[in-house]
Design a protein. Sequence first.
Length: 135
Amino acid sequence: MSPPGRPKGEYRSAQREGNPTCPPGRPKGEYRSAQREGTTVSLSRTDVERLAQLARLSIEAGEADAVHAKLAAILGLIDQLNAVDTRGVLPMAHAQDLALPLRDDVVTEPDRHALFQQQAPAVEDGLYLVPKVIE
């Protein structure tokens, strides 16, 4: 969806030009994290308490320290993942290169259209007639 005042289809290219996480020279479709390279995210205990308030969670003082430690560990793992150079790696739908077996495209059921229409209460030109329900 394009923002107001901008023609349809122009939004993505304009967004790419002004977006520091997607430089203009980068191939289209290559995923880049919204986090800039070389930066880390850290939370203070005050941030954890604020997040808990925004999430409508009641945590006590002792729990805030435990939640802070768990969130710090998660953010540390995210920093490790962001440190890996993934340029040139294509996105994939599955961890293994799998191909689903496809069956032959052949008719396996007999055509019983005429049989079903014989049992219908009202049919015209091969179509089922139904009563009008919306006035």
